[in-house]
Design a protein around this ligand. Sequence first.
Ligand code: A3P
Length: 291
Amino acid sequence: MEVRATDIIYVATFPRSGTTWTQEMVWLLLNDLDYAKAASLNLVDRYINVGISIWGLASRAKGAKILKFKEEDKRKYKQIITPGCELLAAASDPRFIKTHLPMCMLPPNLIETAKIVYVARDPRDVVVSLYHFYRLMPVPQFTGDFKTFWNMFVRDNVIRTPYFAHIKEAWELRNHPNMLFLFYEELKNDLSNTIKRTAKFFNKEYTDEQISVLCNHLNINNFRHNDSVSLNFLADVFIPGEEPFIRKGKVGGWRDYFDDEMTVECEQWMAKKLKETGIRFPVFSNDVTKK
Ligand code: A3P
């Protein structure tokens, strides 16, 4: 993958860390808040997804539902089943790129060349969200219970793990001028200020009123009904009866899923990993688990 100075590389720590939310924020900030264009172009057409594409795997996996699609459906899903490297070569500048790959799997000159927005999220909320996502997706189509999923996640046996190694690589670059390191919890706590920080990172200026309109646009209650970001066009592919792609959007919802044994194991795991990596998660008053 050749990096261009005009690239905006968007890196999500892990799937389910607020990628989609941040993608929409970044795209609008860099496109003069053109809501009409954003509505007319699906987010999967506005960003190229680089890395392991679960959709790509799904399209080839034996027996997967997506294989049954007609030719016209394959065209409809082209953007999500074509390898990102092919789409990248053909894309014009500036390229908006989304990836779930860790920094070590991206070009070494990336940070010196392009702008990176990285989003991290409390792993307990990530694992719950990922559990629902892998139940919803035709691949890997996880069918077990949450405890089984947690045990696999914490032992790095889930696709995309290990979790902390991913964040650590970006965390170490957090003070680089080409890196904007955000937390999901920060967006939830003060979206307006996080938008301002992001705009500044891209040398963009907007009025308070424009930012207020953007906050409203990005609010989960509106976001979940926004067909341009919700992946509703994949309804035929998703496993019926599962929770949607844009789900609860809460901080601390993990408490409803973890029993005492998992909570203790997770506390020990997080304490060890945070000590080893030096990562510090912010704590805000919107955390529903805060006593
Ligand atoms: P939950 O499953 O906890 O609700 P990603 O885009 O990286 O896959 O992240 C998905 C997570 O972000 C999901 O978390 C989803 O609901 C949440 N999310 C998406 N849009 C959001 C928004 N506008 N506000 C808050 N959370 C949002």
